[in-house]
Every structure is written in C-alpha cells, then in structure tokens.
Design a protein around this ligand. Sequence first.
Ligand SMILES: Nc1ncnc2c1ncn2[C@@H]1O[C@H](COP(=O)(O)OP(=O)(O)OP(=O)(O)O)[C@@H](O)[C@H]1O
Length: 250
Amino acid sequence: MAAMTAVRIDIAEKVFPAVAGGPARGLYHDFRLEVADKSFVALLGPSGLGKTTLLNIVAGVDRDFKGRVTFESKAAPRIGYAFQSPRLLPWRTVLQNVTLPLEPGSASAERAKAVLAEMGLADAHDVYPERLSLGMQRRVALARAFALQPDLLLMDEPFVSLDEQTADRLRDLLANLVQRHPATILFVTHDSREAVRLADRVVVLGGPPVRIEHDVRIELSPEARRNAGEVERVRGSLTSAGPALAVARA
Ligand SMILES: Nc1ncnc2c1ncn2[C@@H]1O[C@H](COP(=O)(O)OP(=O)(O)OP(=O)(O)O)[C@@H](O)[C@H]1O
C-alpha cells in the first residue's frame, strides 16, 4: 500500500525582490514536492539555493510566495522547527526550555522529562543553557522538538559546526528518537553522508530556480547506516541515479 502523503508543497513562484540596486532573486518556479507520512526526507543542495526559504514557506513563516502548502491530515498541523543554532532561551532552565512550547500541565512536563532522559539529559533539568556545551544545547533543542509531538518536524542543518564525533553521536540520538517516536521530517543538510545516514529519502536539489535533480530512496538497516563504508557506497550512487530513480538496498 502506498504511504499516505503528509504534506504537498507546491511553489509556483518565489522571488526575493531586488534590494539596494541588486537584482531580484527568483528562487522557485513550478516546484513540487510531496512528503509521505512518517518519512524522513533529507533535502540536499548547495549553499544559497533556497533550502531555508523552503522550510520557512512550509512552516508558514514566509507567506510571500505563489502556491500552496497542503497538509493532508489536519488543517492546522503542529510544526516543530529545529534550527542551525539551538535557539534556547538563556533565562530559562533546560526543562523550562523544553516545556515552554507545550500546553501547560503535568502530562506535558512528564513528556518533556521523558524525552530529556532519552537524550541523556535527565540530570540537567535545572541547568541554564549557557552552562551547556554546544552539543548538549543541540540535544536540548532536539528534545524540545520531539516533546512537541509535531505532525511535521523541520530541521535546518541542526548538527552544523559541531566536531564530527559530537555530530555523529547526535545523529545516533536522532535516529533512535525517530525509531521510538515516528515523525514526518524534512531535514536540510549540505552533507550527503549525513543525509544517507539518517534519511529514508534523499532529494538532491539543483538550480536556481530550485529543481529536484535526484530523488533517491534509502533502504538501509540501522546497522548499515552506522557503517561508514556502506554509507559511502550509497552516497556515491546519489548523484549518479537518474531523476526519481530509487536506490534500494535492504
Ligand atoms: N529575506 C531575504 N531577502 C532577500 N534575499 C534573501 C532573503 N532570505 C534569503 N535570501 C536569499 O535567497 C537565497 C536563498 O537563501 P536560503 O537561506 O533559503 O538558502 P539556503 O539554501 O538555505 O542556504 P544555506 O545552505 O547557505 O543556508 C540566498 O541567496 C539568500 O541570500
């Protein structure tokens, strides 16, 4: 049975108007992307192409475009957004940062504590963000995103500017979170290894205007995803695959 679609993105036109004598920037023209329910889709593409703009459009933060974003299940879905920087409130504790976007109540607090425990942060509830390493702050940001139980989770290079070991540990934590709490995820990255390691579908973008150059299904076991050689093999096939060709390997 075909997977249910969670989100249909249809951008007929997205242009940033000219500023200070520079040219207008036409980023999107007749762009379409359908995201299946509970799928983990990595969007891979060069810097400045328009990936963050796409997430902002899907999040409803940027409404200045022609087209529409349709959520199949709900008219008002809950959308989580994890950014390049963790964006924690410095005057709130770790637990307060995670509970803040949730509905007040003991169920929310318990859920926040449970996700923090999954992230190895059970002892850090009362700590203020400035006392945490960047890696730990990123873990809090992930806990905050998952505690929200979003219908759609948007992630914009959430592991950028970390050392490789810390980034890899966070990728493991994210993969474990997704296994336990299945979610529909749109994950922007420059890093094709990261895309293959985490996603079940990698959409390689080119342009401008942004177009889908390759759309590749990744069917790797959790063990294979932790195997650098296996990730490298699939990564190598990403851009050799024709448009909309599936690379499948159990
Ligand atoms: N508010 C804005 N006004 C004008 N131009 C903008 C605005 N926001 C982004 N841009 C331009 O649009 C282009 C796409 O930006 P965007 O941040 O979406 O790219 P990106 O693919 O996410 O890049 P990166 O991977 O470097 O984060 C860039 O050239 C950027 O300078």
